[in-house]
Structures are given as C-alpha cells and as structure tokens.
Design a protein around this ligand. Sequence first.
Ligand SMILES: Nc1ncnc2c1ncn2[C@@H]1O[C@H](COP(=O)(O)OP(=O)(O)O)[C@@H](O)[C@H]1O
Ligand SMILES: [Mg+2]
Length: 362
Amino acid sequence: MYTLEVKNLTKIFGEHKANDNVSLQIEKGEFFVLLGPSGCGKSTLLRSVAGLEIPDSGEIFISGESVMDKEPGERDVAMMFQQATLYPNMNVFDNVAFPLKIKGVDKQKIEKQVTDALELVQIPEKRNSNIKNLSGGEAQRAMIARVLVQDPEVFLLDEPFSSLDHQLRVYMRKEIMRIHQKTGVTIMFVTHNQEEAMKVGDQLAIMNNGRIEQVGTPAETLQQPNNKFVAQFIGHPQMNFIPAEVSEQDGQLVLKVDSQTYGPIAQEDLIKQPESTDLTIGVRPEEVSVEKEKKSGEDKLNSKVEFTESTGANNYIHFDLGGASVQASVPEIKDWDQGDEVSVSFNKERLKLFDPDGERIK
Ligand SMILES: Nc1ncnc2c1ncn2[C@@H]1O[C@H](COP(=O)(O)OP(=O)(O)O)[C@@H](O)[C@H]1O
Ligand SMILES: [Mg+2]
C-alpha cells in the first residue's frame, strides 16, 4: 500500500491540459520531489492532492483509500504554499495552533502539539513572539511547525523556500531534511530547481507540459534519462547534444557527425535500426576528452576551440560539432586558446543516443 497514489490524473483549464494522465506512487516515509519548469503543472497536481482542485479524470488514494469525495480538511494532508505567510495579528504560538483550533482540538492537546512542533523546528523560545519580530528563517520555521502540528499522513510543500535568498534557502533545505529524518513524515516537495531536487529527494518525478517524463532516484535520472528532456533538465553543466547518423562500416556501427566518422560504437540495440538518420548523441562535458593534436580516423572528431570558460573550480572549452555547440571539461584552461585544433573523443560507456522523437535508445 502506498501512502499517496495518483492514478491517471488529468486536469484541464480551458483548452490547456495542466496535468495530463499523471500517475505516481509515494511510499511511507519517502522524500518525494516533483521537479519541472515553471508552468508545467506542479502546483496543480499538489492542489488536486490537497483537494483544492477537482481533476477532470483520474483518482487519488491516501493510505490505500480514495479521497476523491473528501473535502480538503478530511484528507489527512497538510500543505505549505509557495507564498505562505503567517497571520500578523497572532503570536507564534497562535499561528502554529491555528489549524488545530479550527479542527476543534482540545486545549491541552494543542498546548502539547504546538510545544513539540516548536521544539522540532528549534524555535521554542519564540512561542510568545510577535510575528514582526521574527527573522526570515524563524518565520519559515514557524510555518513548517504550523504544517507539522497537523500530523499529516502526507506533507505537501510547494516551492516553500523560493522567495528566500540563496543562503537561507540552502539552510532551510537542510532543516527540512533534518525534520524529515527525525519525524519520518512522508513528503511531497515541489521545486523547479534541479540542484535542490537532486540534493533532497529520495525519488524524483520529472514533469514537463503536464506529463511525468520519468520517476527515479537522483542517480537514475542523471545516469539513465528516459529522453532528451530529462537529460537536458538534470545535471549541471548541461549535457551536450550532437546531431548524428548511424551507419554500418565493415560490419560495425559508426556515428557520422557532419562528414566525420566516430566509432565503432557498441550500442547493441542500434543493430535493430542501422542506417538511422536524425539521431542525437548525448554526452556530458566531463565525458568528453580532448587532445591538442589533430588525430583523424576512428574514435576522434576534429574541431576548433571557439572559446574557453572557467568557473574557478571547473574549466571548459567550447567548440562546434555537427552544428551543435559542445563543451568539454578540461583540467587546465591555460592550455587552450581560441582557434586551437581539438581532437575529440567520448566516454563510450556513458554515451547516450536519442531517436528522432527524443527518446533514449536503450
Ligand atoms: N486556475 C487556473 N485557471 C487557468 N489556468 C490555470 C489555473 N491554474 C493553473 N493554470 C495553468 O496551468 C498551467 C500549470 O500551472 P501550475 O500548476 O501553477 O504550474 P507550476 O506550478 O508547475 O508552475 C499553467 O499554464 C497555468 O497558467
Ligand atoms: Mg507552482
């Protein structure tokens, strides 16, 4: 039994499918991250789970039970919104206690639950403070306490830290991980930030245009992307994409990039479709090797350095292959100048190939 299960959920606004046949399963205690670009339908999905949107079709189960005819208050979920704020005319205690008061929980129980929650988010000394005297981080903690105090089956967080500055966001991200570890609460966390998603998630669902493109661990989505969308969205710096064709040469498969030949390659499944045109090679900058000398023939492609770039920690050279701009990670930037000949090869075990529809050929 899953703590949260979404089955074939579709939500349409006018002509637009905000969620298109979405299915996913979240296990008890999981830190599940829903990742995707702005506007892809993340908040809509979360709102449907919380009962704040009514889907056009599909079903939602919490702890094995359909919640489709349950009101938001009866669903045993608690949600922290993108623009969550505290009530300015109540102190911290009353803010955190508010959802319990609405539910009619008795006073003694409220006292205990709020005290515990403030302890957990590490602001017990702020219980009687006025909201306007809280720092940004303390206010965030109070908002998390207000959700935790409801002891939900699923904790829904919709880009909870997106309005914070970078430093505080990193700090709060660690805090939510600590709280997750301590309480074992099931979390569904929405973000458009791939770096954040990779850091916090046990499982990631990557969403695009209302559809789930892939579900997997951070390592799986990084190393075995289902398609080009996932491959370009996950990982930093971005994967290089190089247009190529496959052809057979002396009984072996080779890749043609413009007029150059690279190979042989050992992608066995390609044997099923030799002579494929309009493919894309996917290779990450750290999987591209470069040498100075121009070496023609097998396993090497030739180009010229267009520009170099350094982040301080990492160095890159940029060049063109088959009309695509490619970057390679290099140990030393000073070894390279604009216009230098560069002889390029790839880590063949990591090399990905995508078909004309962008699906990875496995
Ligand atoms: N109440 C609504 N009425 C009409 N369109 C909406 C409504 N809510 C969301 N949308 C549209 O649905 C799409 C997905 O929105 P949303 O779920 O908020 O995306 P995300 O959270 O991933 O940024 C967007 O194109 C948005 O404009
Ligand atoms: Mg949103």
